[in-house]
Every structure is written in structure tokens, then in C-alpha cells.
Design a protein around this ligand. Structure first.
Ligand SMILES: Nc1ncnc2c1ncn2[C@@H]1O[C@H](COP(=O)(O)OP(=O)(O)OP(=O)(O)O)[C@@H](O)[C@H]1O
Ligand SMILES: [Mg+2]
Length: 440
């Protein structure tokens, strides 16, 4: 979805830039907007303390004042383990999938389940691998592996195991050779190649295997595996296993998950959590341009916030008083009051020219654009006059123009691209003038 492009424009942001509870003027890629960052920092603390259940956040402010940037910073503060799912309000309107289904899937992608599993495995360095061949069951002229023996070694012991053809096939398929460290799962027989044991010479001069330590302790042991899936991953896995038809006839990119599948997944996850096998990692669902949602979507969100399996919902909008989509009712930010009641509202304000200069410099650095001083001044002027977003967007085309004369971006280059690409205000004004002329 649009997640990557949206994050692209904010790739310079690494966090909220807060030290000792106070935002620094410039830190972690963020500039100014200190009040909003202070509030966002508190929200991060509330989320970490589990005190945001049933509530959400609303970011409000004029276009280009860093609402999306702030949401990205909150996600970075929560850490890479916390699921973060972003979508724009307009993305819920699709021809194939119901609006509420799009929202439901987004919510479930924003909740992680960290699953801990203990399994009995055989682990060691392969000392010797012997394959026994026999007649192919169908083709008498072919020989196939029918089984074999494998000798594994740790720093403590050496054991030779007799293994069946299934395991031999996996060993051959994964290119396991003597000197590799492997695991064999006792229950499933699944083979995992971990890497090349340190101190074992490679048969090849170049072989892209990661070097690992020789395993210590017994060969047969219980090992803990930890992996994180989202509720949506589990929904998909469960839905797939039961609808063979959708596998045979191909399934569309996004499809509806039957409600009973979700109910079953929820029940399963609760059992796992209760028995200590899994842990829930509630993440963040960020909905940009939230005024594009309609009344149905808003009531869905209000209800969803109540449920125990809900991510933190962060909404952003640049609209003040406006009609709630799907109704004739005007309301603050085009949102129903019962939803607004659940939201902590953070506002972002206009930037000073110095802050705009700092942000443009950071973005130029991030995009590898070298600017002459005069060019930077011109971009700051455009940022103040038109919008920050517009000035930032001119960086990439200006870079390409500068490559033609080979050198830093000059003031001329900036003027040139700002004539080619006009800002939203100008384009709207242009069409308005045109309409006026036409109607006269
Ligand atoms: N305080 C800031 N520090 C660093 N970069 C910022 C800051 N504010 C905005 N930016 C950057 O400026 C550009 C525009 O900001 P952003 O898209 O976050 O604005 P917005 O408020 O979401 O606008 P809109 O209402 O149009 O969605 C982005 O590239 C963003 O990363
Ligand atoms: Mg935005």
C-alpha cells in the first residue's frame, strides 16, 4: 500500500528528539514544534505504561506542519518491535472490499503476537553425512536416497543418528555439507542450516555461509524459539488452511476474512497468552487525512477502541469545522463528538523561517542534494510563502537539473523548477481564473 511512499518523505525522522523528558530544538531529525513533541512524548509514555486503552490521539494543524512526521516519530519511539500500520482515510474506499473490512484488517495488522515455543531439537556440527541409495519406487532405472546416517558434534559429545529419506532430501536440498551447523526438529523433522562452524575449513574459496560457534552442551536439547506475527497474519493463515478453493483459483490481493475465522484466532491467541506461550504487542494504527473517513467508518472505530484487542489509533487532519462524510452534520474536524471525546488532541503550528530552513537542510542532506547558500535562501522563501511541503518537494527535481551543469543546486535551478512545478495554491488559483473567464 501507500505506506512506503508516505514514510519515504519522513525517512529523516528517527524519534521525537526528547532528552530527559524535554524536546531539544533540533534532534532525531525533528525541528521545532516543541509543544506538540512534548505532548507526543507523553503519549508514548502512556502507551508504554498501557494507559491508552480505549483512547486515541488526534493530530490537528495546517498542511505541512509535521502531523505525519510526528506520527512517524511516535512509531520510532515505540521501537521496531511495535507494529505500526499507516493508511490514508481515502484508502478505505475500494471496489472489492467493504470499508469496515479494510479498517478491520488495518487494525489487526497493528497488533503483534509474540509467540514463544519450546521444541526438542538435535543440534550440532555435521561431522559426517552418509546417504544410502535405493531403487526409485516407480522407476527401476533410477536410484534415489532412501535414508542415511548423520554424525553431529558439539563441544561436549558426538552422536550418529539414523535418518529417513525426508531428512536426507532436506539436507541435500539445503546444500548441507560437513562442517555446517544444523538443527533437526524432532517432531516435524524440519532441517535448518544455521551456518558454517568456526574453525572448520570451507571446501570452497568463496562460500556465502555465515560463521557460527560450534554448539555447546548436549546434541538433543530443548530450545526456545520466539517469533512475532500480527493478528492479521494469523487470520490469513487460518483462512487459507480452510479454503482450498481460494488457493486453486487464486485469491485477490485483499479479500475478506470470514468473521468466524477471526473469532477462532482471538480465542486461540487468548489461550496462548493465558498459558504463557504468547504475548500481545499492541501497536499503532495511523490514519492520515482522517476527515476522509465517513460516519460508518467513525462508528466502527469508536466501537473498535472499546474492544480488548485494539491498537492505539492515531488520526490526523488539517480540516477545522466541516461536514461529517455521509451526513449533513457539521462538526469539529468532520468527526462525530462521541469519537472526539475519546481522543487526546495535539496541535501543530506554523513554522518560523529559521525552522523551515533547518527542515529543508535536513531533507536536502537526506536526499543527497547539495545546495548553494542562495538556493537554500530561495527554498526557504518558497517554504514561507507557499508551503514547507512544496519547498521540500522541489529538492529532487532541482537536483536533477543541477546534474546537467554538474555542481551544487543554484538559485537559478530552484527558480527554474518552481516555474515548472507550481504549488497547490497557484494551481487552484489558475483554474479559478480560468473558470471566471469562461463564465463571463
Ligand atoms: N518539525 C519537523 N521536523 C522535521 N521535518 C519536518 C517537520 N515537520 C514537517 N517535516 C517534514 O516536512 C514535510 C511535510 O510535513 P508533513 O507531511 O508531516 O506535514 P502534515 O502536517 O502531515 O501535512 P498535511 O496536512 O498536508 O498532511 C515532510 O517531509 C516532513 O517529514
Ligand atoms: Mg500529513
Amino acid at each position: 500500500m501507500g505506506e512506503r511512499t508516505r514514510v519515504g518523505a519522513h525517512s529523516h525522522i528517527r524519534g521525537l528528539g526528547v532528552r530527559d523528558g524535554e524536546p531539544l530544538p533540533v534532534a532525531d531529525g525533528l525541528v521545532g514544534q516543541v509543544e506538540a513533541r512534548r505532548a507526543a512524548w507523553l503519549v508514548v509514555q502512556l502507551i508504554k505504561a498501557g494507559k491508552m486503552a480505549g483512547r486515541g490521539v488526534l493530530l490537528v494543524g495546517p498542511p505541512g506542519t509535521g502531523k505525519t512526521a510526528l506520527a512517524v516519530a511516535i512509531a520510532r519511539e515505540l521501537g521496531p518491535e511495535t507494529p505500526f500500520m499507516a493508511l490514508s482515510g481515502s484508502e478505505i474506499y475500494s471496489a472489492e472490499v467493504k470499508k469496515t473490512e479494510v479498517l478491520m484488517q488495518a487494525m489487526r495488522k497493528a497488533i503483534g503476537v509474540r509467540i514463544r515455543e519450546r521444541r526438542w531439537i538435535y543440534e550440532g556440527v555435521v561431522e559426517k553425512l552418509e546417504v544410502m541409495y535405493g531403487r526409485h519406487p516407480l522407476n527401476p532405472y533410477a536410484e534415489v536416497p532412501v535414508g542415511g546416517t548423520i554424525t553431529l558434534k558439539t563441544d561436549r559429545e558426538t552422536r550418529t543418528l539414523r535418518v529417513d529419506s525426508n531428512i536426507i532430501y532436506q539436507l541435500l536440498q539445503r546444500g548441507v555439507s560437513e562442517g555446517d551447523v544444523i538443527w533437526i526438529d524432532e517432531e516435524t523433522g524440519r532441517v535448518t542450516r544455521v551456518g558454517r562452524a568456526k574453525g572448520y575449513a570451507s571446501e570452497y574459496d568463496i562460500s556465502p555461509k555465515e560463521l557460527v560457534e560450534v554448539p555447546s552442551g548436549p546434541i538433543y536439547k530443548e530450545k526456545e524459539f520466539v517469533y512475532t506475527l500480527t493478528l492479521h497474519d494469523l487470520d490469513e493463515m487460518n483462512a487459507r488452511s480452510e479454503s482450498l478453493l481460494s488457493i486453486l483459483f487464486g485469491s485477490p490481493a485483499q479479500r475478506e476474512i470470514p468473521p468466524d475465522v477471526r473469532a477462532r484466532v482471538d480465542k486461540l491467541v487468548k489461550e496462548w497468552v493465558e498459558s504463557g506461550r504468547a504475548e500481545l504487542l499492541p501497536g499503532v494504527l495511523f490514519i492520515d487525512d482522517a476527515h476522509m473517513l465517513d460516519i460508518e467508518a467513525f462508528s466502527f472505530l469508536s466501537r473498535a477502541m472499546e474492544s480488548e484487542l485494539s491498537p492505539i489509533i492515531i488520526l490526523a487532519t488539517n480540516r477545522g469545522f466541516t461536514r461529517i462524510r455521509g451526513t449533513d452534520v457539521e462538526a469539529p474536524h468532520g468527526m462525530p463528538l462521541d469519537l472526539l471525546d475519546r481522543l487526546l488532541i495535539i496541535k501543530t503550528g506554523e513554522y518560523t523561517p529559521e525552522e523551515i530552513r533547518e527542515i529543508i537542510k535536513i531533507r536536502a542532506h537526506e536526499e543527497g542534494v547539495e545546495l548553494e547558500e542562495e538556493a537554500l535562501n530561495e527554498l526557504v522563501r518558497l517554504g514561507v510563502e507557499r508551503s514547507l511541503r512544496y519547498a521540500v518537494q522541489l529538492l529532487a527535481p532541482a537536483k536533477i537539473v543541477a546534474e546537467r551543469h554538474g555542481g551544487k543546486v543554484t538559485k537559478k535551478d530552484v527558480e527554474y523548477v518552481s516555474r515548472l512545478f507550481i504549488s497547490t495554491n497557484e494551481s487552484a488559483r489558475y483554474l479559478k481564473e480560468y473558470e471566471d473567464k469562461f463564465l463571463r
